[in-house]
Design a protein around this ligand. Sequence first.
Ligand code: HEM
Length: 556
Amino acid sequence: MALSMAAKDSSWWVFTLPAFIGSETLVDQYVIFSILSAMVSLALVTWAFSPGGTAWKNGRNRNGAVPILGPRGLPLFGSLFTLSRGLAHRSLASLASSMNAKQLMAFSLGSTPVVVASDPQSAKEILTSPHFADRPIKQSARSLMFSRAIGFAPNGTYWRQLRRIAASHLFSPRRIAAHEPGRQKDCAAMLRNIESEQTLRGSVSLRRHLQDASLNNIMGSVFGKRYDTAHDSDELNELREMVREGFELLGAFNFSDYLPWLSCFYDPFGIVSRCESLVPRVRKLVNGIIEQHRMKKNKSENVSDVSDFVDEMIFRGTDTTALLTEWVMAELVLHPEVQAKLRDELDSKAAAAFTDADLAALPYLQAVVKETLRVHPPGPLLSWARLSTSDVQLSNGMVVPAATTAMVNMWAITHDSAVWSDPLEFKPERFLAALGGADVDVRGGDLRLAPFGAGRRVCPGKNLGMATVALWVAKLVRQFEWVEDKAAPVDLSEVLKLSCEMKYPLSAVAVNRNTVVEAIVAKLQPIREFIKTDEQDRYQRVTACLNQTRILLRTT
Ligand code: HEM
């Protein structure tokens, strides 16, 4: 009996340790100091012997034939400060390149082990592996109750059901085509508002117009509800404010996601309380819309279930399309020759209504959008990471252990000179098949340019996103000549939130083409066409001259 008690007593060392170290009790300053020093030394030794940082202790990055290398970062914090400040995609790209770890680099974010792929082959293996079909969930997403939404629900029956509903009811080619008249209407309203701002201010700040059109496009496609800026201003303002807040909360870098113990006493951005106050506002608005919709259709859907899954679409879909179009327009202002070529292509289809099918058949327009996705991928780190659910062996001999967060640095791939020649130059021609350019499927089929991700968690809104951006760019360029605003020159600096957007919103002069000047230029068109058949060089000079005349006539 006594023996068995002795065997069970695991606290013996509390009484014996003071005797060994010559102290009265354990709560002696000297003892506390010794224990702390021992712990710190142990942490330092673990850190020093763990390439990739402390989250990779016990040789977790050496499970395969080839080890996964990476920076140690700081003890306890790992590479948290590298990612929390500045532009994480650029810092990670230069680290991976300098450590010769483009295929896969290991690093620690606090206690979280992370790998990042900056190479098309390893990116493909990660994104398309069924063992990387989960996502780590951030505190903000959990507080916004997105653990039941498509983007964060764990891979399983419930998530598959959501994807199926989204694929057939929201994003099927038939549904996207059915919403085309709505998209055209939003676009026409945007063009009118741009015209008014240009007349009033002499230049246009494009972001607000794109965000409004985008919000209406998502609300129309997902909820069947469109807003009229003149009549619904209160609800629209509330919605705009909620989208801004949700986007900021989801994109904020939260130290507590990686150092869970920190959340008890450090929440400088007030993420938890801000999420708590946002949730009921979103619920009220979304449930109201669904209720109206249900009454109109006289259907008995379960409002709460639908709301859980569509809330997220507003945050996910709104800004991505708007900010991608802003990048396209910024590049067109900086490259008037590309803008002129695009306009030529659009003018050659002057009679077209620019349906989705018309736009998909315009190679230069598609090339301009692809080149912008390459130079400015909206999610340079594909926004939301993946989580491994078991040990995964890659074809290069590396093994990623279970419960590792995996990222793909799409920005690093699209800016790698081994993948794309002259990666820093904006050259849509690289995508023109007729000129021997790359025929790349940007919807996840080719990891040299996969801005929508790939595999089973690929973006379900990719077709809607591409159709919308192509329509807006086509209409913006056909109706206006976009000229640099001398008072606010284009600045391509980036800021990384949930997506990567222009740090300084684009401002440009939008010169309406439907003027008498256009009529004159149109009269000159046959001369230009005649020369084209005659001599290519002279044709190009005349085209440039005509474009100059057009701008001069308009701006004087
Ligand atoms: C230019 C526009 C867009 C870009 C660049 C974009 C990009 C992305 C990326 C990179 C992912 C992660 C994919 C992965 O992990 O492999 C994603 C996921 C997602 N996107 Fe998009 N997106 C766009 C538009 C949209 C739109 C319009 C919607 C909806 C209306 C949408 C809804 C979603 C959702 C729900 C997910 C999560 C999917 C899942 O985890 O199963 N996106 N998007």
